[in-house]
Design a protein around this ligand. Structure first.
Ligand SMILES: [Zn+2]
Length: 131
């Protein structure tokens, strides 16, 4: 037995002071990773500081990646109701980092290129295209 409650609506507010370049990069068609100036560790999603305590710098994720995993979402989660059909989220390796993005018709091992675009709600996201 259930008692119907209020519909819950959430809006994520993400602090971007140290990661603003990443978010601006998406608008310029660029996807950035963070690289530690001290130990060389690479991070995606980017981190504002390295685990070693070193300062990080930005580097663009470029070239071709390889699809390592993907999942197609059939039960559309809250916040994505605008997406009327199932969609596929893909994880691809670009050198030392794995990047998550949206893609269609992918399979493990596919070579892909990274790009950015706005979705139907105006949010910039990472997409992959099979090469
Ligand atoms: Zn480091």
């Amino acid at each position: 037995m259930f008692i119907e409650s209020r519909k819950l609506e959430m809006l994520h507010k993400i602090p971007v002071v140290k990661t603003e370049k990443y978010w601006k990069g998406l608008e310029e068609g660029k996807v950035y990773k963070a690289v530690c100036k001290n130990c060389g560790e690479e991070y995606y999603p980017p981190r504002a500081e390295c685990l070693c305590g070193g300062e990080v710098e930005w580097a663009e994720v470029e070239g071709e990646g390889v699809v390592e995993a993907f999942t197609t979402v059939h039960t559309i989660p809250a916040g994505f109701e605008w997406h009327k059909k199932p969609y596929t989220i893909t994880i691809a390796r670009f050198g030392n980092v794995r990047v998550m993005g949206w893609a269609e018709n992918v399979k493990v091992g596919d070579r892909i290129r990274i790009k950015t675009d706005k979705d139907e709600t105006g949010v910039w996201k990472v997409y992959f295209e099979v090469v």
